[in-house]
Design a protein around this ligand. Structure first.
Ligand SMILES: [Zn+2]
Length: 202
């Protein structure tokens, strides 16, 4: 594997590119997509230079390439139910940030997340689903402490979970090192299913 230099974009430019892509998505005016043979060959020959790492949920309603209107080679995606991180997922984030030189990591939660709802509702989590619920539970506890109930509790838990995952990313020594050198920003964001809008938390 070759080590590529940092992305040509700053974190602010990378965020603007995602926001512009989401605006195209919500206005149903996607940019012409480079998905053809020429682009595939270019990427295969010259390697990938994605401009953002996106950590998001496996939910089929939240495909990051579509909601940010991006094409091949644009975003490095880590996708798991509830957008939680285990060691393997964290390694993927570190690879994108450190090895590929991506300037921006986005933790993208979403409205009406099933993994969040399962955590808040409690009950049985069969098989390995419990491993997801365990990771979201501290966020649910903090949301519940605000006195929120019903839909508000689900959404507050989602927001707390986004912040919690941002904090977990920032706790990585690899990520912290890049942040200290001004080479990386880590942001939380939320996707709204009906409107198609992504709102950044900060
Ligand atoms: Zn979800």
């Amino acid at each position: 594997m070759t080590h590529h230099g940092p992305s040509a974009l700053s974190a602010a430019e990378a965020r603007a590119r995602l926001e512009e892509g989401n605006a195209r998505f919500t206005s149903a005016r996607p940019a012409p997509r480079e998905l053809g043979e020429a682009r595939r060959h270019e990427l295969a020959e010259h390697g990938q230079h994605p401009f953002a790492v996106v950590i998001t949920c496996s939910d089929s309603r939240v495909p990051p390439e579509l909601i940010f209107d991006q094409a091949l080679g644009d975003i490095f995606v880590v996708r798991v139910a509830g957008n939680v991180l285990d060691e393997v997922a964290m390694g993927s984030v570190e690879y994108g940030a450190e090895h590929l030189g991506v300037p921006l990591v986005v933790v993208l939660g979403h409205e009406k997340c099933g993994a969040v709802k399962a955590t808040v509702d409690g009950g049985e989590a069969p098989g390995s689903i419990g491993a997801i619920v365990e990771r979201i539970r501290p966020a649910a506890d903090r949301a519940r402490a605000t006195g929120a109930t019903g839909e508000e509790l689900y959404e507050k838990t989602t927001d707390e979970n986004i912040r919690q995952v941002v904090a977990a990313v920032c706790a990585s020594p690899v990520i912290r090192h890049l942040q200290e050198h001004g080479a990386l920003s880590v942001l939380g964001a939320k996707y709204w299913l009906s409107s198609g809008t992504v709102t950044f938390l900060d």
